[in-house]
Every structure is written in structure tokens, then in C-alpha cells.
Ligand binder design. Sequence first.
Ligand SMILES: C[S@@+](CC[C@H](N)C(=O)[O-])C[C@H]1O[C@@H](n2cnc3c(N)ncnc32)[C@H](O)[C@@H]1O
Length: 424
Amino acid sequence: MNTNNENYKLKSIVPWGRNLDEYKTIFNLSQQDLNSKILGCGDGPSSFNAELTELGGEITSIDPIYEFTKGQLSERIDEVAREVMAMVRENSTSFVWKNIKNPDELESTRMGAMKNFLEDYEQGLKECRYVHEMLPSLSFSDKQFELALCSHFLFLYSEHLDFEFHLNAIMEMLRVAKEVRIFPLMSLENEYSPYLDKVINRLEAKGYVAQIVKTDYEFQQGADEMLVVKDMQKYLEETPIVDYSNKKVYSLAMNLANGCKTDTQITKKCFEYVRDNINHSGDYRDEITTYKASDVLKYKTGWCYAKSHLLAGLLRANGIPTGFCYQRLSCSEYKKDIYCLHGLNSIYLKEFGWYRVDARGNKEGVNAQFNPPHEQLAFKIEEHEFDLPVIYSEPLDEVVCALKKYKNYDEMIENFPDVESQYV
Ligand SMILES: C[S@@+](CC[C@H](N)C(=O)[O-])C[C@H]1O[C@@H](n2cnc3c(N)ncnc32)[C@H](O)[C@@H]1O
């Protein structure tokens, strides 16, 4: 039987949860993200954990409601659902019916998600996938997770949780995970959280990169952005593709930096080297496909993606944080009516912040330059084309797979990597 205290606590919680598809849209989760070790903070009765586990994912959720039994949560969900749905129906014009089409669909989606959660809950408790813990203090070890997510808790409840709580909670998520994503950035008052700018400033002062990224999810009006916070270290890492300790890559990186006084000067030298001294494999019809930075330098050729790997290697070797960006463009130059990804870099310059450059190589009609803060890329976005909004710390899987698989010019032009949505 419930004690009075337990009863009071149970009455004070409002369990309400979303499903995996919603989480994917809310956080722009790619397959790469879904394959990584994830911590969900404040997942409550969402079915994110149950559905992702079913698909073979590795996910742990923490929430204060996990102190209650399945029966207690089930009862409370039924009470809350009646109250919340009555409120939504009464105020339906205040919400955006885009991802979810109407209140009936909302009710069936939410109830479906929470039913899935309840069916998985006891097994998940046994497997320690549902853990009764609370921000801002977690028991996990440092960097135990790749990604920590927080949906509809931080920033949303800005009237109830103060600035210190927000900063401490985000710092704790960054302690246990390499990357943190938080959605939405609006409070319940439908205004940006009053803490957002201050949180971003404090995180940047601590050496993190905090980026506001648009997502394709909107239910609360105007709330369609998330905060992505990463350790700058991710943009400096050597990887099998960005293999900058390779002797030739490293010595070129040091030679190019020689005599430069600032990171901006080093970046200009490295950018111009890759743009002007490495063939664009398509422009030169080179019969080899490179993907590792060291091979791009060795064979002096690479498609746009591969050239961005070498530029990242030269800059990371000099301690300059560098990421990968993509645009989806028409590739009519190679084939009619076809779109594909185009690869370029974003570089973190102390003086200017993130700055995009395109080292694919200039030619008639293409004139990419390094002139921060002015951005001068190789291509302007035209109708049906788009920029992918994320600065990736590793090249996209789709791109690396294509470069590894298709060995020569003819194979590549038949099989350029592509994505259908800007939210991959
Ligand atoms: C509005 S619900 C969001 C549920 C789910 N993340 C979603 O988007 O569907 C907010 C959740 O935050 C949880 N919560 C409250 N205080 C918390 C804390 N200190 N740390 C972590 N989660 C907390 C609540 O129990 C609740 O499940």
C-alpha cells in the first residue's frame, strides 16, 4: 500500500512521454547516433528506451519517476492523460499540428508510447536501462556515453529551475557523455529560456562548443531548435581517416604553419594548399578514389569529401578544431536530374567562431576563398538544394562507405553519396 508521502509524490508527477520517431526528429538522430551509447535524461514514460533497445541500441534512461512501480505509474498516466488531453483540446490552436496532425493523433501517439514504456518497464529496471537518478548529479563514470539527450525538461521548465541548476545539469551531462543535446530551447511561456545565452557563454568559456541547431520537430509554437554541446576535443581528434600523425601529413602541417602568427594565418595557408595543390578527382578524372588524409596527400587527388579530410588533418595537427559540413547539391555536371552530397569544412577560429570553407578546388565558375568572417564557398544553394545544419566531428558514414567502395571515376559518378533530408 502507498504511504501518504509516496501518494503525495506520485500525485506531483506528470508522466507524459514521446516515442522513438519523435526523439529521432527532435534530436536529428542519425543511424550513427542511434548505434552509439546513449543516456536519456528525464525520459519519463517515453518509449524511446523500449523501442531503441528492441532495435539493438544501447540506451540508459534516468528519471525521478523510476522510483515508482509499474502499477503506480500506469494509474498516474491514466489520470494525467485525461487532464492533459482536455487542456490540449481546449487550446488546440496554440499548438503546431505538423509532426502530429490533430489532438486525436496526439492522444494515440502519446498513449501508444506510454503503453510501450509500461510493457518494457520492469524488464528495463532489471537490466538497469531505467535508473532512478536525477540531474544535476549522476552516478555514471566520466564519458561513459557518447551522447546525452534531454527532451522537454531543461530550458522548458525555466520558471521552476534556476540558472545554476541548468548549468550544473548540463556540465554533469557533459561529464558523463561526449556530446549533449537539449530540446526545446523555449520555456513553457513560449519564449526563449532566459538562461539560454548565459548558459552558452559559460559553456564556451569552459572550452565547449555550443551550437543552436534547427530540427524538423515543432509542437510548441516556435520551439524547433535544440542546443548541441560538444567537447572541442572531438574536433581535434586523430582518427583512421583524419590520420594526421602520418609523417608526410604532419610535416606538411608544420611546414605550412611555419612563420604564421595566428590560427587564422595557418588556416589560410592550409586551406589554399588543399584547394590549389590537390586535384579534385572529378575535375581531373583521376582513376583512384582516396579517403584517408594521408592517401589524399600521397596521390595528390581527392573528391571534395576526401579533400576535406586532408584539410581537417592539417588543421587538427596544428591544434585548430575542424569539423565536416555537407550540402546537398545538384550533380548535373556529372549526371542529369541527380542530387548528391558535397563535402566541405567548418573551422573554429578563435577570432571569428565557426567558419565554413570549401577546398574542393577552383575552376571557371567556382571561386572559393578564405576571407573570414565573410563566407565564400564554391557553390550557392539553389532551388531543391540545402545545407545540412550540423558540424560533424567525423565524416558521415554514407560518404566514407562510398569512397571506400567505388574505386574509380566511373564508379564514383554513378554512386555519389546522398541523403534525402537535411536532418540526418
Ligand atoms: C515533460 S517530461 C518529458 C519526458 C520525455 N523526455 C519526453 O520528451 O517525452 C519531463 C521529465 O523530466 C523528469 N524530471 C523531473 N526532474 C528531473 C531531474 N531533476 N532530473 C531528470 N529528470 C527529471 C520528469 O520526471 C519527467 O519525466
